[in-house]
Design a protein around this ligand. Sequence first.
Ligand code: ACM
Length: 264
Amino acid sequence: MKISVVQFSPNFKNKTANIIRMTEFVEKSVSDVLVFPELSLTGYFFLDFDETKSLSESNDGETAEHFKNLSKKFNKVIVYGFPETDDSGKVYNSAITIFPDGSSYVYRKTHLFYKESFAFNPGNTGFNCFYYAPFDINIGVMICYDWRFPESARTLALKGADIIVCPSNLVTDVWHISMPSRALENKVYLAVANRTGEEARDEEKLIFKGQSAIWGYNGELIVKADNFSEIELVAEIFPEKTRKKSFNEYNDIFSDRKPEYYKI
Ligand code: ACM
């Protein structure tokens, strides 16, 4: 099985342009699973709820319909970030996971970063894994700044993730220190799709750091992009190999846990 992270620079507030770009990546890809960045549908640097509301869609809106059709046509799992609105009108920084059979699942970002709380409600889904039987893969989803909380990855791993995918808009480099450990200590694959480019609002500029990457379940780096390229990175993965959590005859990283001594 092959998984890709797609690194590109979304066009701010231009959903049509971004859908065209993302569609091209899907059509050309050789992978079974494609992961796009956080808010890849719209760009990132929103400053109030009016902005996000005007671009938001429900999890079965017309963009989701478009990618559901693509997912089915090309038999690929597609994960991308978008501003999602629920029935009550709240807006979330969400990622949707779409399977070729037409099913889809949303994760709403738990830990909001920097000025995101001006324009998004905190997520209320918690961390979940989405299993797709035809590919025998269990995908756990977190978004960007969730990485700073090791509980995010641990929760997804304890819920059975084979791979954690992390659509991102990261503006630092330090996450490259942590991600391999999250993969190793949980024995899961970890795939970060980070965006490139810049966005300026009110004389403040955010520079997104690229360096999208995929790590193996022993923490080894499989592929990594540079800071600038618009590129699809592909890795071959073996999801079933992550499921036995022992690493010698006597130790198993999950059954050796002592939660009664942990404070979380
Ligand atoms: C981030 O959470 N977008 C850094």
